[in-house]
Design a protein around this ligand. Structure first.
Ligand code: ATP
Length: 336
């Protein structure tokens, strides 16, 4: 049986549905990312698991036990917030020891040292939070959440307050620690790159519902809904009329379709769709070309990411031909 099971969780605020029957499970030791735009309900869902928000309908089980009426402090969870929420007057060691002291745990000191080592802060153990960088403070928050050996770790946008470089480093560090401890984890983020990089599975949320829940590579290559296709990764999105029921050699479900494909699924070829290069943007390993073309008789701009070596000789104004890999074209019906 799955470790954390949510069944049909609903939550209403003044007649507005923040959660609309959310069903999802997290396996033992798995990291599930809840990904979606602001207001889609991901924080509310995480707080329902934590017991910080009550839900109106549905069921929550952790390790087979129904948690519905169980208060937050009795749930086997550890939580980390975006704002670190450390005790400013306690040292790093004091912060990590705090949940152990509350529970009157034996061997607390040993456990604190173990946690310091896990997050790489042994040398900073006697500092106060305001003597640490943001990234270090978040490591302390993580160590504090893990110190009482919770069954489930809940992370609410833990990296959002950090600058880009620290955020990337800590993201990989959180993943390493989560693996090492083997703890079942739910990670809330609005950053699609972060969700893809860190998780075993991503649940894409929109308007209080999960639209798709799958491993990162599957979410990226086979988005099952229009929203998931648009929210995760870069994509071309063209509204087109299908000609003879087809767009880019792909059968279209209706005459007017939204056609989506990734920029890396566009390649230049000896024949195919004729285009004029509008702009060329060097991005390092790849170069992004904006191509003006006609698809099914309609003017469009398509962007293509090509290896920079292949794109080096192509300047704005050049005439090229391109193809879109039909296996990676997604078509969604549009109203006429
Ligand atoms: P963000 O990334 O901005 O935190 P989110 O996806 O985490 O967004 P939630 O915070 O879960 O979204 O909010 C979901 C919806 O519920 C929003 O429309 C929000 O305005 C509403 N909501 C959340 N908390 C409350 C509350 N205490 N009272 C009323 N409405 C609320």
């Amino acid at each position: 049986m799955s470790h954390v099971v949510l069944e049909g969780i609903t939550k209403r605020y003044a007649g507005h549905h923040a959660l609309n029957g959310v069903t999802v499970s997290v396996e033992q030791g798995e990291l599930l990312a809840l990904l979606g735009p602001s207001g889609c309900g991901k924080t509310t869902l995480l707080r329902c698991v934590a017991g910080l928000t009550t839900f109106d309908g549905g069921r929550l089980r952790i390790g087979g036990t129904d948690m519905t009426g169980v208060p937050a402090r009795k749930r086997p969870i550890g939580m980390v917030f975006q704002s670190y929420a450390l005790f400013p007057n306690l040292t790093v060691r004091g912060n990590i020891a705090f949940p152990l002291t509350v529970r009157k745990e034996k061997n607390a000191q040993e456990r604190v040292e173990e946690m310091l080592e896990l997050v790489g802060l042994t040398e900073q153990g006697d500092r106060l939070p305001n003597q640490l960088s943001g990234g270090q403070q978040q490591r302390v928050a993580l160590a504090r959440a893990l110190s009482p050996r919770p069954e489930v770790l809940l992370l609410d946008e833990p990296l959002s307050a950090l600058d880009a470089q620290v955020r990337h480093r800590l993201r990989d560090e959180v993943r390493r620690i989560q693996h090492q401890v083997g703890i079942t984890t739910i990670f809330v983020t609005h950053d699609q790159a972060e969700a893809l990089a860190i998780s075993d599975r991503v649940a894409v949320m929109n308007r209080g519902e999960i639209e798709q829940c799958a491993p990162p590579a599957e979410i990226y290559s086979s988005p099952s809904t229009r929203f998931a296709a648009g929210f995760v990764g870069n994509r071309n999105a063209l509204e087109l009329d299908a000609v003879d029921g087809e767009v880019f050699d792909v059968p279209a479900p209706s005459s007017r379709v939204l056609c989506m494909f990734r920029p890396e699924d566009v390649s230049l070829s000896a024949e195919g769709t004729r285009a004029t290069v509008d702009v060329s943007v060097f991005l390092g390993a790849t170069t992004r070309l904006y191509l003006r073309a006609e698809v099914n008789g309609q003017p469009v701009t398509v962007f293509a990411d090509l290896p920079s070596r292949a794109a080096a000789a192509i300047s704005p104004g050049a005439e090229v031909f391109f193809r879109v890999d039909p296996d990676h074209v997604r078509l969604f019906p549009q109203n006429p």
